[in-house]
Design a protein around this ligand. Sequence first.
Ligand SMILES: Nc1ncnc2c1ncn2[C@@H]1O[C@H](COP(=O)(O)OP(=O)(O)OP(=O)(O)O)[C@@H](O)[C@H]1O
Length: 586
Amino acid sequence: MARYFQTKDYERTVPVSMKLLKFLWGMSQPMRLYMWVALVVMLLATGFDLIRPYLMKVAIDSHMQTGNIEGLAQLAALYAASIGATAMFSYIQTVLLQYIGQTIILGARQKIFRHLLYRPYAELEGQPVGRMVTRVTNDTDALKELYTDVIVSFASNILTLIGIMLVMLALDWRLALVSYAMLPLMVASTLLYQRYARLAYRLVREKTALVNSFVQENLNGAPIVKAFARFQITGEEFRKLSDQYLAAGLKEMRTFAIFRPLVDLIYTLAVAMVLWLGGWDGKTGLEIGVLVAFLRYVEKFFWPIRDLAEKFGSLQSALAAAERVYDLLAEEPSPEMTPCTEPLGTFRGSVSFEDVWFAYQNEDWVLRGVTINIEPGEFAGVVGLSGSGKTTLVNLLLRFYEPQRGVIRLDGIDIRDLPLPVIRRKVGVVFQDVHLFQGSIADNISLYHQEISRSSVESASRIASLHATVAQMPQGYDTLIGYQGALLSAGQRQLLSLARALASQPDILVLDEATSNIDSQTEQHVQEALAAISEQRTILAVAHRLSTIQQADKIFVMSRGRVAEAGRHADLLAKRGLYFRLYSSQ
Ligand SMILES: Nc1ncnc2c1ncn2[C@@H]1O[C@H](COP(=O)(O)OP(=O)(O)OP(=O)(O)O)[C@@H](O)[C@H]1O
């Protein structure tokens, strides 16, 4: 059975640390009063349920045997009332518990999502999106169960169990002791069940996350799947994952399926023992009503135990989810979490890299002592072969990563001393890969910033040479652009992304291959517009197409992480070095 679950990871039990309990207890804080009320309601529902076998005993022993029809009718009414009360309290209990769970988890889900967004860029970049989706959705759902299904019902089950044991003792202590004799058997099978149920459940969750990631990745990359006719391979890979998911699900089901009949078997044993002892005792005068009531209590006696065992599985999975959520939220907040209290002053716009060394991993240096100086209002170009480190410069300037050595300064201030929100607001960037959100053109330019008015959106769009295209659209700036801007051409998407960077009127504009998909005529317009605005702001443009940066005040030529050459277009051509070769090859 030990090899039943192969994955070692899942053989780990969740340590219920004080920290975790404190975290869970803390999350329930706003709902605590409701939880107490739910416990009372639950006990009332169970109490009305438990009273019925006793009413039956009274009916048989006191009324049927004496022929007291009136008493019997009264009892029948009481019996019916208790059924009604149980139903009513059960309903209230369900609604209340769901309300508690949903409310707690509403807050938790928002916290997790915000936290993920604020994680450092380097960390997010390496994560499969599907796994993060699972954290925000599935894990919070599992956590919800803790509040809807586990905590309160645990307390209620334990109290109910004690209640039943006491009632059984009061009815007939010998029969009670016989029933209790089944407890060790029950505990043993419960423990065994818990062990395998927990492993099975974790396996299912892990496979769920894998399936989610796979579906997400392949649907995002649908054009590649189609263009490279990867239907069959992708289908087969998904089939393998689904098979693993199915196998995990079936393991979980088998574990579950064994447990219930096992409990029934133990229960039947208990009934047989009670009947045997009751029958034997019957000769010495055990009232039939007591026996009937006792048998009902024995049945109910096993309910909370079975429920506890089953809920223990939920408890474990919820704890596993809680642990992941706790670990996630306990991570050091990224500097972006710290709200910016300083007023956003204006940069004059100088940018400098001073002997900057950077490696994404270990000692694989991508930048090797880069020194760049850009004066306020200058238009600087960065060129170089693919992989020479141009985009990395942009990533460092935005503090997506920190350099291992050297300093980057904005207006002479080390950017590590500048609050991130300040940098992000003052440096506008157009990325190589354009990402557009669902919504209209205007929404995508303003990114829902209230302070960016429709007229700012329009003027940014004019500078980006997008206005004429938008003006022709029936809904103008309110035109919906579809999922990831599917309804726009690649060039239009780039122009939109440029307009977005311009709309916030940054002091420093960074363009990473911002015009690579645009025709030369439109590019010419963009160049002129940029030249006009570059009088008030600094522009740093990374480009493959050298025509883009010919007018630049300075051009830096990158080669293998170093600045190999720097100067104006004409001077660099005259040098007949790397820039000349790049230029000649275009
Ligand atoms: N997130 C990352 N993790 C690890 N290595 C990376 C990462 N991003 C880039 N690199 C590596 O860093 C080097 C420089 O990449 P960078 O994107 O800065 O080049 P580039 O000059 O902008 O190239 P291109 O012109 O193709 O955009 C490359 O060798 C690349 O493999």
